[in-house]
Design a binder for this molecule. Structure first.
Ligand SMILES: Cc1ncc(COP(=O)(O)O)c(C=O)c1O
Ligand SMILES: [Zn+2]
Length: 412
């Protein structure tokens, strides 16, 4: 038995939960801004001192010392993201809420790559349950919320996060309350309702949906699962980083292009890279990380270009790539730090070009990508043209969702 018994005060657990015997490498939650430590053994949202996001901190030294856990041990495990169990927050003995998320293919984009003269790979996240990478975050967050005693969950969503939260809540037997902008793609709305969620459509943006939840959550008894406003969606998303490293034989690519809204995937991968280095699995080289946004909603691009530490709210946000329609992100300072530290950048793409790129990628590579994923291919062309990516470099693009959820955007 190599799992550690979590040393926690009894008062932070319900007696039933405590009785289960927890073995876990999760040590505590740390504020990403002021560093204040928080107990993980109860439901937590933001830092109680400064209202910034919390990160899960593990005893990686203990994981590193495990004789029976090496990089190669993972090959024998099942392909879902729960294969990284020692690096996830759910204690042993608690059953994950899983639909088989993670373990997606890293596909070579031969033709597009040859045109760009780069070694191009696509991490195809459309193969996740509910057809997007949001399944990763929700599997871990819903598992932890249930474990820690939540009964009713609420989330503001641009579309895909709502669908994933609805599905995992149904599986967990928890109530799901989803707030979406009225113009969210129809597929996302129908999907949420058909898996039993309570859906409210709001005349406004995702930030207005979040504000509505904040207003009502205490009275309604909802636990708020908003992006980065609880600590575990990012833990699910960080498995993107572990998988890419494993799929590239524990050598990270030169460049990562990531379609950015709230930024959990970007921030999560960066966290994974640092964990893997502490585990001795990779060296200190990092990819240049690029945030790809839509011209109609590019707060991170603007803040990056103007050298700001935080990204002010982007006015009149609009784009057909609904996942990128996030005018203000609570993790803005974390993203901007990563883009700068990695010597990457941020780039905005036009909606019409995204739609054209869906067909280009589809007909060349055989994938019906989401507009968010397509945006990264345009970004690659522009970054190559601007000399920010060299020929022969290895690039990973994240296709975060499926075009099938966006049929309203395409002519028939
Ligand atoms: C398909 C798709 N891509 C990208 C994003 C942005 O993700 P993140 O919040 O990790 O930046 C979203 C978010 O809704 C999405 O649905
Ligand atoms: Zn703080």
């Amino acid at each position: 038995m190599y799992w550690q018994r979590a040393r926690r005060s009894r008062s932070t657990f319900s007696s039933r939960a405590y009785a289960l015997h927890y073995f876990v490498f999760l040590s505590y939650l740390a504020c990403t801004a002021c560093g204040k430590r928080h107990e993980w053994g109860r439901l937590q949202n933001l830092c109680t001192a400064c209202s910034k996001p919390l990160f899960a901190i593990y005893d990686l030294e203990a994981v590193r010392k495990l004789d029976c856990l090496k990089q190669s041990s993972f090959e024998a495990r099942d392909t879902s993201l729960w294969r990284w169990r020692e690096l996830l927050p759910l204690p042993k003995g608690a059953e994950p809420i899983s639909l088989g998320e993670g373990g997606t293919p890293l596909l070579r984009a031969e033709k597009f790559g040859a045109e760009m003269e780069v070694d191009l790979w696509i991490k195809d996240e459309s193969l996740n349950p509910t057809q997007s990478f949001k399944a990763r975050g929700m599997s871990v967050a819903v598992s932890m919320a249930k474990f820690l005693g939540a009964k009713k969950l609420a989330v503001p969503s641009a579309g895909n996060a709502g669908g994933a939260m609805a599905a995992y809540s149904a599986r967990a037997g928890l109530e799901a309350h989803i707030f979406m902008p009225r113009d969210t793609p129809r597929a996302n709305v129908v999907e949420c309702r058909e898996v039993g969620a309570h859906v409210t459509l709001i005349d406004g943006l995702i930030t207005d949906c979040g504000a509505e939840i904040a207003r009502r959550k205490e009275k309604e008894g909802w636990f708020d699962l908003s992006t980065l406003k609880e600590p575990y969606r990012i833990e699910g998303k960080k498995t993107l980083g572990y998988e890419v490293a494993e799929q590239l034989d524990w050598r990270l690519p030169d460049v990562i292009l990531y379609p950015t809204g709230g930024g959990t995937g970007l921030i999560g991968m960066w966290k994974a890279f640092s964990e893997m280095e502490k585990l001795g699995w990779i060296d200190n080289r990092r990819p240049r990380m690029f945030s790809v946004q839509a011209k109609g909603c590019a707060p991170i691009v603007r803040a990056f270009d103007s050298g700001e530490k935080f990204a002010p709210e982007f006015p009149d946000a609009h784009t057909i790539a609904s996942g990128l329609r996030v005018p203000k992100a609570i993790g803005d300072f974390l993203m901007l730090n990563i883009l700068r530290e990695s010597k990457g950048g941020a780039i905005a793409v036009d909606d019409d070009e995204m739609i054209r790129a869906v067909r280009e990628v589809g007909s060349e590579e055989g994938l019906f990508v989401a507009p968010e994923g397509a945006a990264c291919f345009i970004a690659l062309k522009e970054l190559r043209g601007a000399g920010k990516i060299d020929s022969g470099e290895q690039i990973v693009i994240f296709n975060t969702g499926s075009g099938i959820k966006y049929l309203d955007c395409f002519e028939t």
